[in-house]
Design a protein around this ligand. Structure first.
Ligand code: 5RP
Length: 228
């Protein structure tokens, strides 16, 4: 088997720790991104090898594809509106368990699933821990509302950049058919306040600040630490 690099090993360790919380009979939110993918693959192997009896709710088409490939039975939120646990990655985390998510443009569904779960578990490698959240905040925007959203974000002190695909692909389009912008606010002193203000902008479908994590597992090359 291929040797994992330091940060990949750290992600895998964090995902493994989170998967220990998953038991028979649970409905599990399946996050998006490379760290959440370790959890999906691991849960899939437990379904196949140990007969683990779970159902999954994917947070993106990418996670749905991976879960199908790994044999995790899937249900919709319409069928299971309340989940036992959600395991997802993040782009940055502070010591108060505030997160920036949406590096994979999936934060809208990720937030719906996280808020539908009794336990929201975040898995990261140690490089994602920061004193203050500072990377641009992803926002999903109704294309019709783009200019209004840009203006309202500027009034809050942020600068919006449309997220573009590689090459000549044009703007990135979310699984919900909307555009994604990354809004630079510099260091964010109060994530909860900014979250509230962004949520009040018409046409801004969802933003990537999450304030509802229950546990964060931080993977290192040789260990896992937790924040609760
Ligand atoms: C996708 C996300 C991801 O969870 C986040 O970008 C982290 O991804 P990775 O584990 O690949 O670093 O929010 O929208």
């Amino acid at each position: 088997m291929k040797e994992l690099s330091g940060s990949e090993l750290a992600k895998k360790r964090a995902a493994e720790k989170a998967c220990e919380l998953v038991k028979d009979g649970m409905a599990v939110g399946l996050g998006t991104g490379s760290t959440a993918a370790y959890a999906i693959r691991l849960l899939g192997r437990r379904v196949r090898d140990e007969g683990l009896d779970i159902v999954g709710v994917p947070t993106s088409y990418a996670s749905e594809e991976l879960a199908i490939e790994y044999g995790i039975p899937l249900v919709s939120l319409a069928e299971r509106p309340e989940l036992d646990i959600d395991i997802d990655g993040a782009d940055q985390v502070d010591a108060s368990l505030n997160l920036i998510k949406g590096g994979g443009a999936a934060h809208t569904r990720e937030k719906v699933v996280a808020c539908s779960s009794r336990l929201f578990v975040v898995v990261i490698d140690d490089k994602k821990m920061k004193d203050l959240l500072s990377r641009p905040v992803p926002i999903e925007v109704l294309p019709y509302a783009r200019r209004l959203v840009e203006r309202k974000v500027a009034e809050l002190g942020g600068r919006c950049m449309m997220r573009m695909g590689t090459g000549k692909d044009g703007p990135i389009i979310s699984d919900n058919g909307n555009i994604i912008m990354d809004c630079d606010f510099g260091p964010i002193e109060s994530p909860a306040l900014l979250s509230q203000k962004l949520s009040a902008i018409p046409g801004l479908v969802e933003h990537g600040i999450f304030t509802n994590a229950d546990i964060v597992y931080i993977g290192y090359e040789d260990r896992v630490e937790s924040l609760e």
